[in-house]
Design a binder for this molecule. Sequence first.
Ligand code: NI
Length: 161
Amino acid sequence: MLLPILRWPDPRLSQPCAPAALDDDLRQLAADMLETMYAAPGRGLAAPQVGRLLRLFVMDVAWKAGAPAPMVFINPSVELLGDRVAGPEGCLSIPGPVTEVERSSQVRVRWTDLDGAAREELFDGFAAICIQHEYDHLDGLLTLDRLSPEARAKAEAEVLA
Ligand code: NI
């Protein structure tokens, strides 16, 4: 089922999310979020973006260039590794501006998957950036919150234009 995607400045996008419990409701939510992400179209979507304040996000960094490879991250933790790099980021909740955000080039992620298994993996490249972006959503942080005051004002004006 396609879910409506909340848009900034909806206050639910700025709230920290609670731990998620793996049950049938969460499995359905993850499936709906993947469907919504592909339709948007996007490569990542966090639960608060569909109004559910839970620590869950979905990602597929492969499907736009080839076969789909959906991933579901339940209660993730992210360890920042590598160098700091700045790159362009969009957000389905902030249609319009692509903002320049500084991130770590590599992350180690620990999470629970849809089978309830504990997973740990290293990510770099676009996946590392996407994970940091989606993880920020779980803490109520948007790309706008990581910009200088000047860059934020410019981006906000672009959204509200
Ligand atoms: Ni986003």
